[in-house]
Design a protein around this ligand. Sequence first.
Ligand SMILES: Nc1nc2c(c(=O)[nH]1)N[C@H]1C(S)=C(S)[C@@H](COP(=O)(O)OP(=O)(O)OC[C@H]3O[C@@H](n4cnc5c(=O)[nH]c(N)nc54)[C@H](O)[C@@H]3O)O[C@H]1N2
Ligand SMILES: Nc1nc2c(c(=O)[nH]1)N[C@H]1C(S)=C(S)[C@@H](COP(=O)(O)OP(=O)(O)OC[C@H]3O[C@@H](n4cnc5c(=O)[nH]c(N)nc54)[C@H](O)[C@@H]3O)O[C@H]1N2
Ligand code: SF4
Ligand SMILES: [Mo]
Length: 788
Amino acid sequence: MTWTDALAKSEEETSWERAWCSMRDIGEPDESELSVTAPKTWAAGTPGVVHALQYALGQTSPKRTALTLLNLNQTKGIDCPGCAWPEPAPGERHLNEYCENGAKHISDEATSRRVTAEFFQQHSVDELSRKSDYWLNQQGRLTEPMVLREGADHYEPIGWDEALELLAHELRALDHPDEALFYTSGRLANEPAFLLQLFARAFGTNNLPDCSNMCHESSGSALNETLGIGKGSVTLDDLYNADLVFVVGQNPGTNHPRMLSALEETKRRGGSVVAVNPLPEAGLMRFKNPQKARGVIGRGTAIADQFLQIRPGGDLALFQALNLMLIEAEDKEPGTVLDREFIDAHTTGYEAFAEHLRATTSWDEVLEATGLSQDEIEQVHARVLESRGVIVCWAMGLTQHKHGVPTIREVVNFLLLRGNVGRPGAGVCPVRGHSNVQGDRTMGIWERMPQSFLDRLGDEFRFTAPTAHGLDSVDSIRAMLDGRAKVFLGVAGNFVRATPDSDVTERAMRNCRLTAHISTKLNRSHTVCGRTALILPTLGRSDRDVQAGGEQFMTVEDSMSEVHATRGRLAPASARLLSEVSIISRLARKVLGSAPEIPWEDFEADYGLVRDRISRVVEGFEDFDERVRRPGGFRLPNPVNDKVFRTPSGKAVFSVNDFTMLRAPKGHLILQTLRSHDQWNTVPYAMDDRYRGIKGGRRVVLVNSADLADLDIPDGGLVDLVGVWSDGSERRADAFRVVAYPTPPGSAAAYYPETNVLVPLDSVADISNTPTSKSVIVRLERRQTSAS
Ligand SMILES: Nc1nc2c(c(=O)[nH]1)N[C@H]1C(S)=C(S)[C@@H](COP(=O)(O)OP(=O)(O)OC[C@H]3O[C@@H](n4cnc5c(=O)[nH]c(N)nc54)[C@H](O)[C@@H]3O)O[C@H]1N2
Ligand SMILES: Nc1nc2c(c(=O)[nH]1)N[C@H]1C(S)=C(S)[C@@H](COP(=O)(O)OP(=O)(O)OC[C@H]3O[C@@H](n4cnc5c(=O)[nH]c(N)nc54)[C@H](O)[C@@H]3O)O[C@H]1N2
Ligand code: SF4
Ligand SMILES: [Mo]
């Protein structure tokens, strides 16, 4: 028996354990303690385990820690609330099938600290709005519904019935349902997500903005258009068996740590990895698998066989160059390079695409845009020629650019050329962020669901779903600003911190008549709110969920379309919490009234009944409730794997993409806003970023030494980041420490959400409308003192 087994034997924590945890100091962090060392060259290993346990034990008792960790990612346990990376098949899982960060995410939720009514009595909303994201999160779990009444300066307790009546009243009072916004993050499981979109549409609006709008929307746009489905096509087995895997615009060591175990297996079976990133991220270099003896005591596994340190936004040029090289190699030796059979039978647009590349590609421009040498690109080309199965994985480094959609379309062109779509060991792999962000889309959380889905939904529940597209996240902000949207309900996210142009977004939120949030933890969206505001606290993944129909479980879909159950095991954080399903069902009943067509009360009592409806509305979910109870659940079919492309032509589409290069005016840098190792999106867990050698501070900006010399700014100097935008407006983020760092010349990096204030609302990706969080034009202004 391990220590975790032993501790987990008794489920309840004792009051002394609770007291012990809540006594921990949770003051505001002191950023003057910043220390910087060289970036690490390997990820995970023993320090990863130690850090995870340290964080967990700072949040809750050893017993609760053990219980949550032992259940994490096990077939009868809790799906990790972190990223959407899939688990191996049921028989192939480790007893500890989670990573350092997964352990932190779940401990952050399972914390023993509590935010009570007394807490809100002690702190005014104004005071809370001046606290850091870190501090707000560290206060612990929300415990009872709270209301901020118009004109009041403190939240006060409110009963559930009154809270939901208040929200329902505001919704009913709107002139048009489109004046309401229903925002979700991908943390929400399938059952509440399905009910939320059902409620919004039965109410009469498609205004379902979600975190995906700011995340993989560019992937969805590009993949839907070219392959007919906005999801990845590969499985873990494909990844293990690929000959060549590209990891582009992604930092798996921090954001999808167990992906490194998968890449280790790819390497073990003889595959190679090419990493494309402006930063030499530790996880791309070497991985010490803490689940294996060699990972603990040995040197670990080298991950990238080749690392391309690309300039930000240079990926379109890189893939265009690779594509042209493949076409030219085929010209030289016809029938040996391209998969002509596949191209002829399954694709359209090849000729126009090839013609365009031949006519427009210039090596000078490619080398300038990518910052790479021709030799480096030729080496990659040689690897591609040697490889039969090729997979391209990507994340925010591609999606959050103005030309994110064309870049991903060009990645698809690259794969289509050699028939690397629709066969084993090959395909597209957009690596999704939130644990159920893909599932939420499958459930209908999208402001632009296809008419076929809306028709099925309407037929099932006997109403006519609105057909006009709703508002996405960026357009929702505009609608709140100009008064077109008046009521905002946020579920499982932190809208004001996730969105761009923080000052503008905060103005937008404050302009609402009512803002309400269904949340587990306190965040800034609760403190920057409408004239009236509600906090509706809810059960988290780790909490046991018992309803009139007995103990419930929920389901999620991971990045590789595997759908499986998740069951909380801990005693709920407070007796006054309702589940998300309960809150949404009760609200819907108040707004829409009880009608036999949508039995909200039954849905609340038994989530299996929700799954029965999902199986009738959502494709691929036949016998959902039965199949998802099997260990490991089931995989949704992806027609691409049978070479079925649901595009207008029925074929995969070669696209023509204009060459684009990011340029910053003289004296300016291209700033990317990214995640540290110690945060979950808008929530920093600590001030450290271990792999990048940063300790004790988040207000840092990583800049190339040559640029610092040019700009005459010393390493360690204090600067303001000043964002410039094409309309002449400027935005400012105060007091950042400069850290000399190996980022490509002309570029810089700093953490999100502290830098969201710099991203102009109008700076969005073409087609997907995703904020360009990875290319913000800034200049650095030296300052003398740290306080603003
Ligand atoms: N621990 C932890 N895990 C997480 C999250 C978290 O906050 N914390 N968030 C989750 C979510 S919602 C998401 S979407 C994912 C995000 O996962 P990632 O996309 O890995 O997250 P980012 O930190 O935004 O990092 C983007 C990476 O892209 C690189 N990059 C930036 N610009 C470019 C470019 O132009 N080209 C190329 N090739 N690379 C570029 C950056 O250097 C960085 O390595 O992670 C998920 N997992
Ligand atoms: N500048 C910049 N901006 C970005 C990004 C970037 O890279 N750069 N990335 C973008 C991306 S990829 C994303 S996905 C978004 C993320 O944006 P969001 O998804 O909106 O933000 P999160 O930080 O994940 O939300 C955290 C909150 O969720 C609530 N929560 C956690 N678990 C649960 C639960 O189980 N149930 C409920 N009801 N609530 C829960 C808690 O109250 C917590 O405070 O940010 C985007 N914004
Ligand atoms: S890789 Fe992602 S899903 Fe897996 S344990 Fe880590 S954070 Fe959780
Ligand atoms: Mo995301």
